[in-house]
Write a protein that binds this ligand. Sequence first.
Ligand SMILES: O=C(O)c1ccccc1N[C@@H]1O[C@H](COP(=O)(O)O)[C@@H](O)[C@H]1O
Length: 215
Amino acid sequence: MFPDPSRLNIKVCGITQPEQAGVLFALGADAVGINLWPKSKRHMPLETAVKSLQTVAAKNALVAVLVNPDDALLAATISSGLFQALQLHGDETPAQVGALMERGVNVIKALQVRDAASLAQIGDYPCTAILLDAYNPGTYGGGGHAFPWELAVRAREMFPQKQILLSGGLTPDNVRQAVEQTHPVAVDVASGVESLPGSKDLMMVARFIAEARGE
Ligand SMILES: O=C(O)c1ccccc1N[C@@H]1O[C@H](COP(=O)(O)O)[C@@H](O)[C@H]1O
């Protein structure tokens, strides 16, 4: 998914205005997430993405964010050819993820981290990468909550061969500390760089990227 895992990659997630995608890449994002889950405040219908993001997708990495997608949405998302990976935030099983991987689909499996015991499930998923998010019962993501980052450090120690993305409550103010402490392959941010849900504040995005990279 990330061609150079030795460098910090930055994913900005959940735009509702398609024209922001190109701007985010110009600002230095490595991937942009398109939230296809209809109940998200950051939902962009697949049809909109297909109509408006072909040119951007030809040169940049778009990631489809999904929560327990039904077969029709999953098939349409994959066959759109727009996305380099699916980021799954629901109750998808290791077997479902494995079946997608066998078809050559890159999967970033999101897991909510409640405590050290939550980390064991990382080993169950045959996926391209694991995204660690905060535990927030009854929600699937995008809540702006951080989890104790020492658990992300522990996850890397337990699964050194896994690509681990850090997310959950990251902002321009805390991302440097998060990167220095956890050394993830990538950081992912949704609410921490927004003026309104789905509308990225480009000044905040620029600052987030500079802070994340220590510039
Ligand atoms: O952003 C959403 O609305 C969302 C909904 C359902 C699943 C995932 C979602 N976003 C992802 O959640 C994490 C954390 O977001 P935040 O930075 O704490 O706001 C991130 O990976 C988003 O991609």
